[in-house]
Every structure is written in structure tokens, then in C-alpha cells.
Design a protein around this ligand. Structure first.
Ligand code: F6R
Length: 287
């Protein structure tokens, strides 16, 4: 006879909820790796991605834009030399709304320039949310369906905003959110003004994978470099779970690798433990 499933009694449920609040070990912890600099971080993550692509030639990558992942993309070129990449698939995290896809700062253009062309990927297999005004109301659902059709994202590269966003999930975003249109904070628009001729040119709206979408990827790799990220990174990795710090959603995921330089690690309370754990990392354990 098949085993009966015994539902927990009310008292047991309450006590396990209490344990969840008080015993950190009930949350799987992210692995935090403190690297000497951006280049070392880029090489570390690129070697893991290359290993995964060799094993799974049609791997589905989740691609972040912005300046943080650039050392990864640069290191991927030599790491993947001679490897057939014709079946690799990719999904960008987000896109500006209302920016011509041909604009050099559209994330479509950035992904083409920084990832598709240098690696020689098949452009038809690399998707970016459609931020064009006509149709943006349904672009989220279409994007979610495309990710599902691809079998989900295997490895999602993430950066973090100074306000704690991942993707463009600004503070207040639901942990259950899906791909949708968001309004960028003034802080994010100011941070990203460096990519545009003037701050006014930074779009007001974006379309981004939701936190719920991101949490469905098999493996999250969050990178952060520089002192401007230190506070947001510490809040995301060690602070309480809060929609006010969207990056804290990573604490709900069973497989997260956080790769940071010394400056971005400066506010981590458990930095010494992370160094100790990494120095004693078992050989058999990949990233
Ligand atoms: C980009 C993205 C954002 C950036 C974040 C950090 O696709 O989703 O979350 O990762 O704004 O940007 P940079 O790397 O430029 O500091």
C-alpha cells in the first residue's frame, strides 16, 4: 500500500514557523566568494559557465546587463574558444520601455554588442523582453511563456542596484512578481545616467523579469563590485527578507553564488566565515 501523507498538526506548524524565524540554518545560505577584483570574479564565473555549456550545449543562460557582468562576458570568450555555441540559449533580465531597440543603450543592443557578437551566439536564440510601446502590456506574459518553453533558466547572472534591486525589481517589488512593467526609481535613473548623453534620456519605465521569475532559475550567480554596492549587498545577503530590499529574495533560493570584490564585501558581517568556508571548499563541489 502507498504511504499515507501525514499533514502537520497546527501546533507543529506553529513551532516549525518559529524555528524558521530563529534558526538561520533552516534557510539555505548563499555561498559568498570574495575575489581580489572584477577580473578574477569574471574569470571564476566564466569558467563555471563554460563548464556548464560543455556539459549542456543548449544551456539556457539568464543574462544581466549593466557594467557588473562585463568581466564575465569578456572572460567567456577565451574560456569558450573552440566550443560549439550554436545551440546556447539566453534570456535578458530586463529592457527599457519606449527606447528604440536600435538605440545603443537598449538592452537588446547591449546584449548583442557585449554577449552575442563576441561569443558568436545565434541571435535568434537570445531573447530580450520587448520594451516597445505597442504591445508592452502583453510582453511580460509572452516572455514568461518563452522562458517556460525553453525549459527554464539554468544559470541566472545578476547584478545589484545601489537601491537593492535585482533585475529592475525596485524596492517594494513582490517576491512573487513575474515579468512586468516597472517604474525606475530616481536613484536607478541617476545611477544609469552615465550610459546616456543626459540624465533626462534615461527611460522612466522598464520591463523586467519578476523576483518570482528569477527565483525559478536553477542557479543564481549574483555579482557586485565596488564600494557603492557594499550596503545593498550586505542587506541582500545578510539582512532580513524584505520586499524593501528586493535582492534579499536570493535568500529563498537553494543555490546561490555571490561573487564580490573586497570593496563590495566591506559591509558583510560574516566576511571572515565566507573566506574560511571558501578556503575549505570541498574539491568535489562546483560553484
Ligand atoms: C541589469 C539589471 C540591473 C543591474 C544593476 C546594477 O540587467 O538587471 O539589476 O544589474 O542595476 O547595474 P550595474 O552593473 O551597471 O552597476
Amino acid at each position: 500500500s502507498s504511504p499515507r501523507v501525514r499533514l502537520p498538526q497546527r501546533s507543529e506548524r506553529r513551532s516549525s514557523a518559529l524555528k524558521l524565524q530563529t534558526k538561520e540554518r533552516f534557510f539555505p545560505m548563499a555561498e559568498v566568494i570574495i575575489v581580489p577584483g572584477r577580473e578574477a570574479g569574471g574569470k571564476l564565473v566564466a569558467s563555471e559557465i563554460a563548464r556548464r555549456i560543455r556539459a549542456t550545449p543548449d544551456l539556457v543562460l539568464g543574462l544581466a546587463t549593466g557594467s557588473t557582468p562585463l568581466p564575465v562576458y569578456q572572460a567567456l570568450v577565451p574560456a569558450l574558444a573552440g566550443v560549439d555555441l550554436s545551440t546556447v540559449r539566453g534570456f535578458a533580465l530586463d529592457e527599457y520601455v519606449g527606447l528604440d531597440p536600435a538605440h545603443p543603450q537598449s538592452y537588446r543592443s547591449v546584449i548583442t554588442r557585449e554577449v552575442v557578437e563576441p561569443l558568436g551566439l545565434d541571435p535568434a536564440r537570445i531573447r530580450v523582453p520587448d520594451g516597445r510601446l505597442d504591445g508592452v502590456a502583453h510582453a511580460g506574459e509572452i516572455y514568461e511563456a518563452a522562458i517556460m518553453d525553453a525549459g527554464g533558466i539554468a544559470l541566472q547572472i545578476l547584478g545589484i542596484g545601489t537601491d537593492g534591486h535585482i533585475g529592475f525589481n525596485e524596492p517594494g517589488s513582490s517576491f512573487a512578481s513575474r515579468t512586468r512593467v516597472k517604474t525606475l526609481t530616481e536613484q536607478t535613473r541617476t545611477d544609469n545616467a552615465r550610459f546616456f548623453a543626459s540624465p533626462d534620456e534615461v527611460p522612466m519605465h522598464c520591463i523586467t523579469q519578476g523576483l518570482g521569475t528569477i527565483l525559478e532559475a536553477d542557479h543564481l550567480v549574483l555579482l557586485a563590485f565596488g564600494s557603492s554596492k557594499a550596503a545593498a549587498l550586505a542587506a541582500a545577503v545578510e539582512g532580513p527578507l524584505s520586499a524593501s530590499v528586493p535582492g534579499s529574495a536570493i535568500q529563498l533560493h537553494p543555490h546561490v553564488t555571490v561573487v564580490v570584490d573586497e570593496d563590495a564585501a566591506a559591509e558583510l558581517a560574516r566576511a571572515e566565515y565566507y573566506r574560511y568556508a571558501y578556503a575549505n571548499k570541498p574539491d568535489w563541489q562546483g560553484l
